[in-house]
Design a protein around this ligand. Sequence first.
Ligand code: FAD
Ligand code: SIN
Length: 542
Amino acid sequence: MNYNTDVLVIGSGIAGLYSAIKISEFASVVLVTKKEKSESNTNYAQGGIASVLDPSDSFENHIKDTLIAGAGLCNEKTVEILVKEGPSRIQELIEIGTGFTTHGGKLDLAREGGHSFSRIVHAKDLTGKEVERALIEKASKTPSIRILENALAIDLITEHNVKNLRDLPISSRHCWGAFVLRNDTGTVEKIISRATVLATGGIGQVYMHTTNPPIATGDGFAMAYRAGAKMGNMEFIQFHPTSFFDPKPGNKSTHSFLISEAVRGFGGILRNLSGEAFMVNYDSREELAPRDIVARAIDTELKKRGEEHVLLDITHKTAEETIDHFPNIYKSCLERGIDITKDMIPVVPAAHYICGGVLVDEYSRTSLTGLYAVGEVSMTGVHGANRLASNSLLEALVFAQRAAISIKNELHEFPVCREPIPDWDDSGTLTADEKILISHGFRELKQLMSDYVGIVRSDLRLEFASRRIQLLYNEIEDFYKKTKVFDSLIELRNLVTSGYLIVKSALLRKESRGLHYTLDHPSPDNSDEPKDTIIQNTYQKS
Ligand code: FAD
Ligand code: SIN
């Protein structure tokens, strides 16, 4: 069954749900999500949402902290928007029914790395789950939102899908919705819309060790790139310093359990296996330095000592306090054999977040008319070269609201396609009986990205990665063209394209800045204004 709607939203994390709720006030929305509606990075967020909510804090402080973390590459205009519009968005979440933790009748505000003030609003250590619950409840009760689960967007619909429009220049492209695979029936449906909001989240699954759940396969980045949208700063991958290290072979899950930054904010100390607190040797802010510095310090410590993990020590706090603040981390570590009130927690860095993405303006508009990008898939410029902790959920809220404002003003000016948009055509393709190519492809990609494009990079490693990814890319494209689509094929294709974009951007940045650290250019290039890395696919797809 094909659909027609005013607005198509792709993704049901905080960015997609919040956009849909805002847009539903003036237009009809179809929201597609590739698994169950709660499955998203959002659902796993622990620490919380940063915002200026205490009268003794200030917008200037939050702006300054964000700019410092961003290492000279933040867009100051969007940072100001983020910080100043944040408190109203948090208020709206509360009105929608989000139950944040309070203390003495006021919001309990926690502290995290890089923040000069306690400003993290949270729901214990399960903030994302609570936000997701409240937003899903609201969206499900809204008649003008139709949610389709197990509906995986394959590609955006633009002129390149329409025979007589295919040769028009990329600079004048529109987006009119997407082709979507319904996993329950195996059919591909066409969802035609006047505007489309990409809210597909992150990319963590391109690495071997990641805090991101299996949905984070970079679909939005790859779809937007294929459609010709401009992409920015894809080299800036944030590795979270502290994910749980599971030493038992066979305990390899699809993603690593996060030990929130808030644990360090609460007084957690990082120690090497000799028990030495080592952060003092790396940065005067010690455990509360921004996470690129902490992750690199851990990486250096591990390489120097030849060890597999470091330890996070919170045993000096009372058991009551620790369990009250971090009930989920306490329980989850206990299930893994660690009582955090008595034992130090084995931790390693893991891929966590991407600061770059589909380039947008301050109203979340991409370079294609009718296409918006919000949340982790977008690049608003607020994070620059490194994201400040707990600014991601805030960015999703602030810029989803701004996408809704822009769509309200522009929806009826967007042209409808003047030619009929054809249905999905898979004639001549075969059903795959070589699934080993997919599982091997995932393994190979993750291994090469982890070995060559990790926390510390070099020109040689990146060149090796580039050649291998190109090979994988060609093989997957070839297989894709011959095969009836299925979910893991689509995801691998997108993940390989995402890896390709990360490597390509990393090769273009001949300096170390924020999250991009390379041995061949170990300092920031201060000879000129810092620049964003912009990539666009300009070949005409047929
Ligand atoms: P997501 O929440 O990832 O949602 C993406 C949605 O798109 C999902 O529903 C997915 O299924 C769907 N989707 C993807 N591809 C397709 C497709 N092809 N077709 C259809 N649907 C698709 N940030 C903070 O600010 N504070 C925190 O405390 C914090 N903690 C974190 C803890 C963890 C463990 C992780 C992984 C991240 C954390 N982050 C935190 C980062 C933050 O959670 C994410 O950046 C944010 O949730 C992204 O929201 P989103 O809506 O953009 O994407
Ligand atoms: C955390 O709780 O440490 C994650 C916070 C974030 O990613 O912003």
